[in-house]
Design a protein. Structure first.
Length: 329
């Protein structure tokens, strides 16, 4: 009898220990089934930027699928620190999301940031990517990456490249090229990619790694010559144009990623719901056409794939930043 009583006591203890976990699982299930019960906010860069354009298309699609308002909240400035901090500190309930690009995990490599890109966010999906273009002024006597490398090696430091400023994507792409190709190019920073591109067009620099939607019109008009795209695979945006890697700089890849994140500790079921609905939205034929017209390519994928992509990109960028001796602007 005493043995049966002891067994019953142990069983009660086990049940008491399991109750919180079971309740937590039940709550997660309830949250996911009812999600969303109120409007969702997507925090992104300043109005009018490429991120803002993409975020608004995705927000509209999610609003239609969730039958709830999805609001875009523009919090540009400080290279992503303002937007990142806001979302990192938000309640992990799926109602405050972050749609941002590489700056989210690049800026913390250059300066102290109030969040950790890997620890403080729950990846949802890598939605879009956009390659950059390696372009040269038509006066430069090169027609391929091989020609450019030969000229740069024959005249170390004599070729100038323009960028949107210290630590900007245009700067990082060029420094990665220098590191992998082992060539010496001189950096001329400007206050933004627009002024840098104008300087290249005016002959104040000889080459640049420019975002596709900025450089493509000038390539098409003949004001710039494109040598390669910076993606790992050839881009449908520029049929027939080789990648930098295939053209002679093995392992080179530098693309702008546009990705969706939630605060860390957001329930897995809610992250999964956000992932699935976002993938349905970005893969709709009409949205794919709009993204393509804006020189972006639909990717999609799982949260784990986004985490792996960010981790890999951070590792590569940290190496470039150290090699170039970069500091925050």
């Amino acid at each position: 009898m005493r043995r049966l009583s002891l067994q019953l006591s142990l069983l009660r203890l086990c049940l008491c220990a399991l109750l919180p976990a079971v309740a937590g699982l039940a709550m997660t299930s309830v949250q996911a089934q009812g999600f969303p019960l109120k409007p969702i906010r997507i925090v992104t860069n300043e109005p009018g930027a490429g991120l803002d354009f993409s975020a608004r298309l995705i927000a509209q699609g999610l609003s239609e699928r969730f039958k709830q308002a999805v609001i875009v909240d523009n919090r540009g400035g400080a290279g992503g620190i303002i937007a990142g901090e806001l979302v990192a500190k938000a309640a992990p309930d799926g109602y405050t999301l972050l749609f941002y690009s590489n700056g989210l995990w690049t800026v913390p490599l250059l300066q102290k940031a109030p969040f950790d890109p890997l620890r403080d966010f729950a990846p949802v999906t890598l939605a879009l990517t956009s390659p950059s273009l390696l372009v040269v002024h038509p006066s430069l006597p090169v027609k391929s990456v091989a020609d450019l490398l030969a000229l740069a090696r024959a005249r170390p430091g004599a070729l100038d490249y323009a960028s949107g400023g210290n630590g900007a994507p245009t700067h990082l792409a060029a420094e990665l090229f220098k590191l992998l190709a082992r060539v010496d190019l001189t950096h001329i920073p400007f206050k933004g990619s627009g002024p840098a591109l104008n300087a290249l067009l005016g002959g104040q620099a000889q080459l640049m790694f420019t975002v596709a939607n900025g450089g493509l019109p000038h390539v098409q008009s003949g004001r710039l010559r494109v040598l390669a795209v910076t993606s790992a695979q050839p881009s449908a945006l520029l049929p027939g144009v080789p990648t930098v890697s295939a053209a002679g700089v093995a392992g080179y890849e530098a693309v702008t990623m546009q990705a969706l994140f939630a605060p860390a500790r957001t329930p897995e079921a809610i992250v999964r719901a956000l992932n699935q609905e976002t993938l349905r939205v970005i893969n709709a034929p009409e949205l794919r056409e709009k993204f393509s017209a804006a020189a972006t390519e639909v990717v999609g994928g799982t949260p784990d794939q986004l985490r792996a992509a960010v981790t890999e990109d951070m590792s590569k960028l940290e190496r470039v930043i150290k090699a170039a001796g970069m500091r925050a602007p």
